[in-house]
Design a protein around this ligand. Structure first.
Ligand code: FAD
Ligand code: EPU
Length: 364
């Protein structure tokens, strides 16, 4: 069994207010640097946990203070639209264990605070294949099951064996197997029955020691069709995904964003057929269950939003799904823009768009 520590998380290195002897709790913490949209909002308190003892202390602290707990990784799939009346626990526990290895497969336990993209790079260097299509997705391993991260023809659910977590209410450790996670497109039990109940501490994944190339996703297929001299090895797929993503998606450290702000709608086949008859160039993907996934970006672009910008808030000129905070846009301005986009797509296509990032700070 081996244990490897990847890069320490820089969030844990800053110290502002010491309330406990060993851990730093930051009261009224401004959250701009903790979300990739760079939205400003205060949290009741913030703490970074790097091991299980610290996690238990954080949960106890929140109980004593009488506040709820929100767990965050890198903040790359959230939108802060108001005060976070909670202790924000940044899950930063590190480590990768090889639980089992045969000639054909390897099973890894990866701690929740590991960086997702660094994990993908590390597995590739070791010759453990299966994550290469998921390169360059921002965020932490612990957040990956929440929306069953997916890209370029692969979703986490096809590699995941188990999720390990602690219950916020009573500290109890729990394990959910793949079926219990109820994964589907950008969805899982962690957004429904188990919403806000668990802090994921680690995931177990099964990877292959033999390459199984999947370049069926149109952008990847085009890449290898246009570059016939490049053999589609796992490393080449990784490089292609990185290059395609860099050409399409803005870097949040330069143009703050949360990736796709809307999900691609899943329509019944009859509804999709009617829509396609009216809009034959609408990109769509048939799903195994008969549903049809249609391109939200295309519909938003057709409504004229792509490149739209007012003051510090806009829709990215290269990708209509990406809303960008160019400076000091507020969460409520973002929400207003998002609602306008949803409204115009509904008026034009009769399709309801669903926001992908988790919204925090909404007054009920
Ligand atoms: P956060 O934003 O910190 O949290 C997101 C949600 O998960 C929150 O509700 C939080 O409470 C919960 N959560 C986080 N950690 C834990 C934990 N340990 N236990 C329990 N709950 C937790 N997503 C894709 O699927 N595919 C893509 O191709 C993709 N591309 C992106 C490109 C860009 C430029 C950006 C900015 C985002 C992209 N995303 C994509 C979205 C994002 O990267 C993923 O959703 C990622 O998994 C979020 O990780 P995070 O650590 O930043 O989570
Ligand atoms: N398109 C447009 N206008 C645009 C952008 C795209 O018409 O401005 C069209 C493209 O021409 C293409 C289709 O939309 O025909 C799909 O585009 P793309 O391959 O870029 O994928 P996407 O649907 O925009 C989804 C995910 C991404 C993921 C990619 C690759 C969702 C909501 N988004 O984007 O995930 O990286 O596929 O698999 O499912 C994220 O979740 O944050 C994210 C970036």
């Amino acid at each position: 069994m081996s244990r490897i520590m990847l890069a320490a998380n820089r969030w844990c290195m800053r110290e502002v207010t010491s309330i406990d002897e060993t851990m730093k709790f930051y009261r009224n913490k401004l959250m701009r640097e903790h979300n990739t949209l760079a939205l400003q909002a205060p949290a009741y308190a913030f703490v970074c946990v790097t091991n299980d003892d610290e996690l238990l202390k954080a949960l106890a602290w929140a109980r004593i203070e009488g506040v709820g707990v929100v767990v965050l990784g890198q903040g790359s799939n959230i939108a802060l639209v108001g005060n976070m009346e909670a202790l924000v626990v940044h899950q930063a526990v590190q480590g990768i264990e090889v639980l089992d290895a045969t000639d054909s497969d390897v099973i890894l336990r990866v701690a929740a605070g590991e960086n997702w993209h660094e994990l993908v790079q590390w597995t590739l260097q070791k010759g453990y294949y299966g994550l290469e299509n998921l390169a360059l997705i921002p965020g932490t391993v612990g957040a990956s099951p929440i929306q069953n991260i997916g890209a370029y023809g692969v979703e986490l659910q096809s590699r995941l064996l188990q999720v390990h977590a602690r219950q916020i209410v009573d500290d109890k450790p729990v394990t959910l197997d793949n079926a219990a996670c109820q994964f589907s497109y950008r969805d899982s039990i962690f957004k429904h029955e188990r919403k806000d109940q668990l802090i994921i501490t680690a995931i177990d994944i099964k990877l292959s020691r033999l390459a199984h190339i999947n370049i069926s996703y149109p952008a990847l297929a085009n890449f290898f069709a246009e570059n016939v001299h490049i053999e589609p090895t796992p490393e080449a797929v990784f490089n292609a995904v990185v290059s395609i993503r860099r050409s399409k998606l803005p870097d949040p450290s330069v143009e703050p964003n949360a990736g796709s702000f809307f999900k691609n709608p899943l329509l019944g086949s009859a509804v999709a057929a009617r829509l396609l008859a009216k809009h034959p160039s609408l990109p769509c993907f048939s799903q195994a269950n008969g549903a049809v996934k249609v391109s939200a970006a295309w519909m938003i672009e057709q409504c004229g939003w792509k490149g739209h910008r007012v003051d510090d808030l806009g829709v990215h000129p290269q990708h209509a799904l990406v809303l960008v905070n160019y400076g000091s846009a507020s969460g409520s301005q973002l929400l207003t823009l998002s609602n306008k986009i949803v409204g115009s797509v509904y008026d034009e296509f009769g399709v309801s768009l669903e926001v992908e990032p988790r919204i925090y700070g909404l007054r009920s």
